[in-house]
Design a protein around this ligand. Structure first.
Ligand code: HAM
Length: 419
């Protein structure tokens, strides 16, 4: 049997990798503009981090984690997301004693054992940011603004920003009580998992994917109707800042997000991907996470963008850059002496920043020209014994098909001048 890549994973081929580099560069650039610095952290962590951070009753922790015992008998999990790891990194490296807020961004792969339809992968990639130490709504607005400007700078003008507030531990108590009462009245129509959720974490019923549960959840009490004064004020201020920033948004009272660490603001940015409305970005505030995993009481907020979904959306809308990066010059060498000369010429061109490949298969000139054409090179530099003797080469512009004999010392100048 042929060995294939595991279900839910994807190879990125040379003809696509420039697209990944393009979106990565754009993300790094917007992060720089907003003062965020990159962090890198391990692909795997001790399982306990996600149990305590993401939450024991979430789908991610209950069903979707890639967890195994290592050879030392420790329970290890491939990261299903980045926030818990960045929070762990923040505590471990004593960032609490540095000036606040601290701003981080990351580009990661993440792993969730999910159904693989509809824009879901088992290994996927995220662009994320996390901001620590800022509790006021101006930070929420700046975080949403970064995401919004990233998408619009890529030409995405149909995205929708949906926001909500799910309150804090103070208002959550009353809300959970009402939610539990409501769902208890409809217990017979809930799926088996949701019946368990009813006891442990009724908010999780709101994002159950079973049709029956979805139908009941539609009329469930909304967290926004139970906000305490502080949370209500926070949300109103956030809305006023978004208005100043001219970010169009909708309040979607049923966004609760699938991770347990959120408090107050939650948001999703959605668009039609593969004929379905999909979240290309999800985030929110998590004022208790750092404390929950053993640090000080330091608030945080952030988001993560699904890179596969982003690229699908850009491609669907014809917003991808058109060209991959081809080598600019191909050196067609005829014979061993020419080959040796081409080693030196290639080095000289590369030193001048001109990307260059050379013939490595001793083919006929015709085959070499065909290959250079397929590679999409702008120029072919042809050298044979004759040319070497005279210290020249033939330079061919592949777009115009014009050719000229040029002194070897002049090649760089000719190319830079756009012959
Ligand atoms: P999340 O909503 O679980 O949030 O994931 C963020 C984004 O990652 C989603 O909106 C989606 O685009 C993408 N995504 C999630 N799962 C998959 C999958 N199986 N296949 C493809 N794409 C996927 C978080 O991960 C939070 N850590 C975000 C955050 C950061 N909140 C605060 N800071």
């Amino acid at each position: 049997m042929k060995i294939q890549a595991p279900k839910g994973t994807k190879d990125v081929l040379p003809e696509e990798s420039y697209i990944w580099q393009y979106v990565e560069d754009r993300f790094k650039n917007i992060c720089r503009l907003y003062g965020y610095n990159e962090v890198r952290f391990p692909t795997f962590e001790y399982t306990e981090l996600f149990q305590r951070g993401v939450g024991d009753t979430t789908d991610i922790v209950q069903k979707e984690m890639y967890t195994f015992l290592d050879k030392g008998g420790r329970s290890i999990t491939l990261r299903p997301e980045g926030t818990a790891s960045v929070a762990r990194l923040f505590i471990e490296h004593g960032f609490a004693s540095r000036p606040m807020p601290q701003r981080f961004y990351y580009i990661i792969s993440a792993f969730r054992y999910e159904n693989t339809q509809g824009g879901r992968f088992r290994e996927f990639h995220q662009f994320g940011i996390e901001n620590f130490g800022a509790k006021f709504p101006i930070t929420d607005a700046q975080v949403i603004s970064l995401a919004y400007n990233f998408f619009t700078s890529l030409g995405l003008d149909t995205i929708k920003v949906n926001i909500n507030s799910i309150g804090c531990p103070v208002c959550r108590g009353d809300y959970l009580k009402s939610l539990k009462e409501y769902f208890s009245d409809h217990k017979e129509s809930l799926c088996a998992t949701c019946i368990q959720r009813l006891e442990k974490n009724p908010m999780r019923i709101l994002d159950c994917k079973e049709e029956g549960c979805k139908l009941i959840a539609k009329d469930a009490p909304k967290p926004i109707d139970y906000l305490c004064d502080e949370c209500k004020g926070h949300f109103e201020m956030l809305r006023s800042y978004l208005d100043v920033t001219r970010i169009p948004y909708m309040v979607d009272p049923y966004i609760v997000r699938g991770l347990d660490y959120y408090t107050k603001t939650v948001f999703e940015i959605v668009d039609e991907v593969l004929d379905k409305e999909l979240a290309i970005c999800g985030g929110g505030r998590y004022d208790n996470l750092i404390e929950q995993i053993g640090g000080e009481a330091i608030p945080g907020i952030g988001f993560a963008i699904g890179v596969e979904r982003l690229i699908m959306l850009l491609s669907q809308k014809g917003l991808l850059p058109q060209t991959e990066k081809n080598p600019q010059v191909f050196i067609a060498a005829l014979g061993e002496t020419a080959l040796k000369k081409s080693i030196l010429i290639a080095a000289m061109l590369r030193n001048q920043g001109i990307s260059t490949v050379m013939e490595e298969l001793s083919r006929s000139l015709k085959s070499q020209m065909k290959y250079a054409d397929k590679l999409g090179c702008e120029y072919v530099l042809i050298i044979g014994d004759d040319e070497i003797e005279k210290g020249v080469c033939r330079l061919k512009n592949m777009k115009t098909s014009s050719e000229k004999i040029t002194n070897l010392d002049e090649v760089v100048k000719s190319i830079q001048a756009g012959f």
